[in-house]
Design a protein around this ligand. Sequence first.
Ligand SMILES: [Zn+2]
Length: 691
Amino acid sequence: MSHWKHWMLAGLLATTAACGKKKEDAPAPGTAVPPGPATPGAMTPDKPADKPADKPADKPVVTFDRVERATFNLTAARLNLPVFWVADANGNKTVDPAEVVTLLFYDAAPVYSEDGVLTQAFTDAYEAIVKAAPAPPAGKDEAETTRVKLMWEELDQGRPTLVHNRLKLSEGEKKFVEHMQKVAGLIDKLYERQKGLTGLYAKIPETDPASRRVFARNRSVACECPKTEKNPACRAIPGVDKVPVDVYPAELQKDDAFCAVIEKHKDAKLREPFTVVRADGDKLRAVPYTEAYAEEMTAIAAELKAAAAELDPKEEAALVAYLQAAAAGFADNKWEPVDEKWAAMNGRNSKWYVRVAPDETYWEPCNLKAGFHLTFSRINPVFAVWQDKLNPVRQDMENELARLAGAPYKARTVNFAMPDFIDIILNAGDDRDGTGGTIGQSLPNWGPVANEGRGRTIVMANLYTDPDSLAIRRAQAQSLFSAESLTTLSDKSLPGMLGTILHEATHNLGPSHEYKVNGKKDDEAFGGALATILEELKAQTGALFFLDFLVKKNLLTAEEARAAYVDAIVWSMGHISRGMYTDTKSPKPYSQLAAIHVGFLMDEGAIEWKADAKAANGTDAGAFVLHLEKFPAAVEKLMTVSAQIKAKGDRAGGEALVKKYVDEGKIPFALIAERWLRHPKASFVYALDLE
Ligand SMILES: [Zn+2]
């Protein structure tokens, strides 16, 4: 799916922070019940024979035990209904009032449960779900029947997975949150406009809810899940194959190679991240976001000011200052002063983590223009302990990486902040993916805050930690690895979190985006796509390499390190399962680095494919065997290779790695995909209760 499992990346990081977003490949589907048709209707009979005749018995007794939970949630998605059955908390297989929520980011927000009672809106939704056909409805012709079937198949590959916050707040904070919800809605509109999608949702008939959901979920007419993404018939709007993004002229985008025109154009302004490119006769010109999107940005600025006004100016001084600065940025398109206020916030001077800005460029074909997003979340205090452990060894980490990178790279003085862990409340705009989700990010990507190492890195701590997600991930691992390889596989969040922390930290170490060799930065030395792959490769290799480093510093136990190695390789398999290139032949950076990891470690004998081994699930024949004792040396070698390529600007070396492991590798890509993709990915949905 378009995004990936643990991280997605984002890449470009500057000295300080680099890149990106890690997207988690989602753990898989939830319950044991395969998404299938709703159980046909076990309605209670109208007139139970032994009921006293004087009771009004014509009204059927409504029960909510006719559909299993996984099926209920999946069917709701097919019907574009914003209802979610959170858990069968009391195990009675019946929906209870405390077990349902209304999802955000849908067309409407009906109340399904009020004062401990399920409402009529819920009953209506429930009956619709019960009555939903076991197969997609036939369309007016064969092509339409096929298309609707594909819409279901696309949706079914994303298991609705809830991001749910119940917040106890003061009255002022509640109002603040309400304003931020409005900001989220406005950011969604603006991002959809950047993507060229404005007005398209309304063209999908209400009678075609599955197509509406695919479009709203993916923010695209196209499909993005592995079994459907390459199928040209999988379109939410029949006949609309590709929608030109709004940040370049539509005419220009008719040529698939149009990015080269922008990349080579003599007017460097066309490549600036906070501008759109417009055609002026034959000429191209850059137009600032604040001019191109004046209406949307003005509305956002006003809402941000209103949000700031609700906060306690003393307790949340840093956040208030940021929101006011952000409001100014949405008015004048000057983001550097905004980043200063943003970098001044941290997990100790605010309870909240907010970032509202144009930031990442992965969403558009040329990877140049910043997409608008809102990350609205709470600081998670539990993980502050890891910040305290790692801060004192940052410089040692840099020195170690510089030693491996070798000349001409020299160790820098590093002072980046270790990641803040956050619990996501709302993701809007470029932050909300159809499937999967970003689990780590370093920002900003440009300007002095980035270049001087003063950015912030965050890790999304509350994604993929629900029991259903963990169970699926375990099943995926058990289909690919031998049982003895998985003895340290953990359901705890620490191994994955460690990988994320170290990945993000490593973006700040060694030769980063701003590092120049022979006068060239990484994207000039390698070209944009390869630069991103190599930066992500460096970061993820650091996620493995620094484990042994931390063990030697007594900051981690050997057992914890082994669990993190296993977690990281399982993560790589998830990325490999998604394929190496998009349908437009762009490299998928995480998938490619994952293939380089697995291929390189196979060459070193640290990972072995054994055709005669049984997978840990006891059914699959042929499995990977991990030789964890060989990991530290093999990983150091890989760290050396990847750091040296970056240090020397060795484009041929980078291309050779990709060729060897991505394009010609001996990794059984198809087999990995087949086993991993038996399970749907998470498709995050959101609910918020304010108390
Ligand atoms: Zn990254």
